[in-house]
Design a protein around this ligand. Structure first.
Ligand code: MEV
Length: 347
């Protein structure tokens, strides 16, 4: 076939592969307030972004991911999900695609757990709907495993639930309470109350600026734990982030996006003092500032992405790109994990 003939055809028809039985997708996330402090139980707010990760599955002779054999070391979460739901079933070829840059603080690993989990659960129980509670609990455990026992359920719940997610040490008056999550961390027991909120819509955008610098979340989280251990009084900085997050949340619920932006910039000052920013992040944040309502790093910091809240996405993106960042634009709050293709005839 010449290129023109196969444009638009499903991949399996081009490649001669088996047809796709199920496909599921899940969004990345962007934290507006409270990263790091949320690991210690302080409030935090995250939004599901437009960028998604999709996994499609077709029957095959052996288990594989993007053409390589499924490997427990390389794909621990996928292996665990397979062993939970499909251990004795037909082997599958998984194909992963999407537009969430990996290892950049936008929750690609939680999105992978959410999408693979939804797809496999559908194959195991086609009669049941997506079990969001169970899926986000699984994805949280997977994140905690990857972060040496210290992880909030923020990434997992945001990717599974979608929209805007609030974590707190108490049940909040705002929004819809979803569930409680608990984790035994090296620093003690933690508990989070997870909520979904629906802030008033407005003509505002998130511009995400990727520094291209890879700083593993586990390392950043361990660095903060070490700083708190060597100087326990620094817990005040964690509490101060919680206070700003609570102010930002109130502004978001009121639809006061100027105040939301202001709280984001205040949050950035506290994150910088905590030592989790970087020269590259600071340079992108500075570039965004003149056209944005507020800007800060998002995720674990040290590299990865910053986020600007703006009414002028084009100008803000251009400024960030001129400063060397790669940008993505998203509205606030998008659909959580979903089945994009389902089947009732499972082999
Ligand atoms: C990572 O996306 C956010 C952190 O707060 C870690 C976590 O919540 O598990 C740095």
């Amino acid at each position: 076939m010449c290129k023109k003939e196969y444009e638009g055809l499903p991949r399996e028809d081009i490649m001669g592969e088996n047809p796709v039985l199920v496909a599921a997708s899940a969004p990345g996330k962007c934290i507006l307030f409270g990263e790091h402090a949320v690991v210690y139980g302080q409030p935090a707010v995250a939004v599901a972004i437009e960028q998604r990760l999709t996994v499609s599955m077709s029957s095959a002779l052996t288990w594989s991911v993007d053409g390589s054999a499924l490997d427990e070391q390389k794909h621990p979460h996928i292996t665990l999900l397979r062993d939970t739901w499909l251990k004795h079933g037909q082997p599958m070829a998984l194909h992963v695609s999407g537009d969430i840059p990996s290892a950049s603080g936008l929750g690609s690993s939680a999105a992978l757990s959410a999408a693979v989990g939804a797809a496999m659960h559908h194959l195991a129980h086609p009669e049941k709907g997506i079990d969001r509670d169970g899926l986000s609990a699984f994805a949280h455990r997977a994140e905690a495993h990857a972060q040496q026992g210290r992880a909030s359920p923020m990434d997992a719940s945001t990717s599974v639930e979608g929209g805007v997610v609030v974590l707190s040490d108490r049940r909040e008056a705002h929004g819809r309470w979803l569930y409680t999550r608990r984790l035994s961390t090296p620093e003690g027991e933690r508990r989070w109350e997870v909520h979904g909120i629906a802030p008033p819509e407005d003509d505002v955008y998130l511009v995400l600026g990727n520094t291209g610098v890879h700083a593993p979340t586990a390392r950043q989280v361990a660095m903060v734990a070490e700083a708190l251990k060597s100087k326990p009084s620094r817990m005040q900085e964690i509490q101060a982030i919680g206070t700003v997050a609570r102010r930002g949340l109130a502004a978001l619920v009121d639809g006061d996006y100027e105040a939301v932006g202001h709280a984001m910039s205040e949050n950035q000052i506290l994150l910088r003092n905590l030592g989790v920013s970087s020269p590259e992040l600071e340079s992108l944040i500075r570039a965004a500032a003149p056209t944005a309502l507020g800007a800060k790093l998002t995720g674990a910091g040290g590299g990865g992405c910053m986020v600007a809240l703006t009414r002028h996405p084009k100008q803000t993106s251009e400024a960030i790109e001129l400063a060397g960042g790669r940008t993505l634009v998203s509205k606030i709050g998008n659909t959580g994990v979903r089945l994009d293709k389902r089947t009732d005839s499972i082999p």
